[in-house]
Design a protein around this ligand. Structure first.
Ligand SMILES: [Zn+2]
Length: 735
């Protein structure tokens, strides 16, 4: 790195360090100076179908570049990500220690592929991966290697002849900057994609130790406990280093090609370690690298990525990387997935606004079974392109996600599952209820960002600053609906407990000082007599009581709350069976607070983990409570209603001169675990669209079946029937 850049970086780090010791989250509302506006490269919105070919070291001379170029053409791929350098260089690099493929000879495999893709009119992005290196590098620059907690340099876990590099030190800041400069100078690619750039776990090398101490005053933490001040400082300092690295690389490649950028492989939802708000400010486009399902994961998880990235990226293009292989922890990187699985996974991503990106590792085709399905998916996308260029979603409901809660909140007094499980419960419930929804980042709650939404859901969003609570209060004052659960707003932005909920005034309830759980054999009494036909109890009219959750927060009403619809039946013994009878079959302790406020705002607060328990247990009664709470809080007709059998992920979008409704058929025994092996057609669906003001349907087509069913528009309502379909159907309405 040039000395000037290095000095200014260190200064930036020191400033960040001051922010840390002052106890401020870098990037918190009102505290973050706006970054200088940077222009998006002119090409970012163009590609709709990405192809990634990640070469392996012995590919040069052994793989057929012509085959791949032909495949890119046949799939109508309009952008490519191609292996260039980092751990292996696929071109004749001159950068010292940049390891050329041992099979490269005098060829320039990367250059050949770039030229071929350019011939096809594709956007071309170079892939680099800096996370591993070799003995000669370690011998010459021992300080480039990552060091473990034991003080020893780290061998690579999968390729033990290699070393893990430090992501936050000179290997990335100096060596990889040179590599990027060389790639950009030689090939003037449209961008450089940076894989595994952010270090591989904690590094205790001399640079990390010294830099962290200089910035924060602490030694590097040896605990994950967010209550440890050094850990908290590390969470922020690591990001400062990485955002600095990103800016450096981006500036350096733009000096050579102003119409380019670097694209770090980064970001995600609440659990992501990099601040999505800042990522959204920096990135002109971004790739959601969630290649496929593993373990217990619903098919809608791909769509969730789209919503999470959009929360920070707004209208910037979001690309969904999907693997053609099985992606379990055992990492069969040469596997081929069942085509039905790939088809549904991609369909759910597209329905949620992501542009597809297939990724293939290795230029040799060991198993060709994926080629045809991907070609078919891409051909469909190509034909439907006009209807996939979305302007904005029309969803009126949004789930808030909170990275600061994930980073700093030690967890609901002992409840398992972490912060994500409550959100997953909501996600599943809204999919089942066929409510189109978005996600919202908790530090992007200003009036403009929230303007499209009528209702916000806060799934145990424990860590909220006073300013964030105020923004939520204003949202309700403007007539918005709020549905919150468990310990929402009980902590400040650092995860430190408050004396009372920050939103106690909205909830109509105050923190009682303790939580109860895990509860066994607890129930809820449905108060049909004192709260007749209550909207929260819709679909439960014949149920005198239903099961409770697992963790409950003790609260006291702080405003008069007569006739609560749900009351507590406390836990009672579940063994011996002779003792299984309720000791207190009836209490007057409310387990849901529903309040209508002046100005039309509505707030529903559940002082228990209805959402987390739903994800854990999937009890249908809890699903009804969640659905009912959202419908009640929203208090308007949804933008689209879909009636018929099955589980569908329903989304609704506006394009420049059309409106689309995506119906993704998740009805499948393998919806939650294991690859889909068969697409099971879902029955006929009645679809009712609330057309945005002033829009009249001129024509209507189903983009998958190709049929043109009859439709009827009366005022703002448009009705049609969608015949049975297998993976997905898209209703395209020209307006
Ligand atoms: Zn290090």
């Amino acid at each position: 790195m040039p000395e000037l850049t290095r000095r200014s970086f260190i200064k930036a780090s020191a400033v960040a360090g001051a922010a840390i010791t002052l106890g401020r989250v870098a990037g918190a509302p009102g505290e973050q100076p706006q970054p200088a506006p940077r222009t998006s490269p002119s090409w970012t919105d163009r590609p709709m179908r990405w192809a990634q070919l990640t070469l392996v070291e012995n590919d040069p001379g052994n793989f057929d570049a012509g085959f791949w170029l032909d495949y890119f053409r046949r799939t109508h791929s309009d952008a490519a990500c191609l292996s260039a350098g980092g751990c292996v260089a696929y071109y004749p690099t001159q950068v010292p220690f940049h390891h050329r493929s041992a099979w490269l000879g005098d060829r320039d495999v990367f250059g050949e592929l770039v030229a071929g893709c350019r011939g096809l009119g594709m956007v071309v992005v170079a892939r680099t991966d800096p996370h591993a290196t070799y003995d000669d590098v370690k011998a010459a620059h021992p300080d480039w290697i990552a060091v473990g907690a034991d003080g020893r340099p780290r061998r690579h876990w999968a390729s033990p002849e290699m070393w893990v590099t430090c992501g936050l030190g000179p290997y990335n800041f100096e060596f990889m900057t040179e590599v990027k400069r060389e790639i950009m100078s030689r090939y003037r690619v449209d961008g450089i994609f940076i894989n595994r750039w952010d270090g591989a776990g904690m590094c205790y090398c001399e640079h990390c130790r010294a830099n962290f101490r200089a910035a924060s005053g602490f030694d590097l933490p040896r605990t994950d406990d967010p209550r440890d001040p050094a850990r908290r400082a590390y969470v922020l300092w690591r990001q400062e280093r990485l955002f600095g690295l990103w800016r450096l690389w981006d500036a350096e490649v733009r000096k050579i090609n102003p119409d380019s950028c670097v694209i770090p492989n980064t970001g995600g939802g609440a659990a992501s370690s990099m601040d999505m708000k800042r990522i959204g400010e920096l990135a002109p486009t971004l790739m959601a690298d969630r290649q496929s399902r593993r373990g217990l994961m619903p098919v809608w998880a791909n769509g969730k990525n789209g919503k999470e990235y959009r929360a920070a990226m707004g209208g910037k293009p979001i690309v969904g990387i999907f693997s053609v292989g099985l992606d379990e922890a055992y990492r069969w990187k040469d596997a081929v997935q069942a085509p039905e699985e790939t088809r549904l996974w991609v369909a759910d991503g597209i329905a949620n606004g992501m542009r597809p990106w297939f990724t293939k590792f290795g230029g040799a085709i060991n198993d060709p079974r994926w080629l045809k399905p991907v070609e078919e998916i891409y051909a469909w996308c190509h034909g439907a392109e006009r209807y996939l260029r979305n302007e904005r979603p029309l969803a009126r409901v949004a789930i808030v996600y909170s990275q600061q809660t994930a980073w700093f909140y030690p967890g609901e007094r002992g409840a398992p599952g972490g912060v994500e499980d409550a959100a997953l419960g909501w996600y599943q419930a809204l999919v089942e209820a066929r409510v189109p929804f978005e996600m919202v980042h908790d530090r992007l709650l200003d009036a403009a960002r929230l303007a499209p939404f009528k209702t916000l859901i806060l799934p145990n969003i424990a860590a909220l600053s006073d300013a964030q609570c105020d923004q939520l209060r204003q949202f309700v004052r403007r007539g918005g609906g709020l549905v919150a659960t468990s310990e929402t707003s009980l902590c400040d932005e650092w995860g430190a407990s408050r004396r009372d909920f920050g939103l106690a005034d909205l909830f109509g309830a105050s923190w009682g000082g303790r939580s109860e759980g895990p509860m066994h054999n607890a129930y809820l009494r449905l108060e049909h007599e004192s709260a007749p036909a209550h909207p929260l109890l819709r679909g439960l009219e014949d149920a005198p009581r239903i099961i409770h959750g697992v963790w409950r927060v003790e609260v006291a009403a702080n405003a008069p709350y007569p006739s609560p619809p749900l009351t507590l039946i406390p836990p009672y013994p579940d063994l011996p069976m002779e003792k299984v009878y309720a000791r207190q079959p009836r209490t007057d302790i409310p387990q849901a607070f529903l309040r209508e406020l002046p100005g039309g705002g509505r707030v529903a607060y559940f002082p228990w983990d209805v959402d987390r328990t739903y994800w854990d247990v999937l009890a249908v009664d809890h699903g009804k409570l969640l659905r009912n709470a959202v419908f009640w809080a929203t208090n308007e007709e949804p933008p689209v209603t879909v009636s018929g059998p099955g589980v569908l992920d329903v989304t609704i979008w506006l394009q420049r001169s059309s409106l689309t409704v995506h119906l993704v058929n998740l009805t499948n025994p393998m919806m939650l675990k294991g690859p889909i092996r068969e697409l099971i057609p879902v029955g006929e669906q009645k679809v009712r669209v609330r057309m945005p003001a002033g829009l009249t349907a001129r024509g209507l087509r189903l983009l998958v079946s190709g049929s043109t069913p009859e439709f009827r528009q009366a005022g703002e309502w448009l009705d049609l029937t969608v015949p049975p379909f297998a993976a997905h159907e898209v209703v395209a309405i020209d307006v």
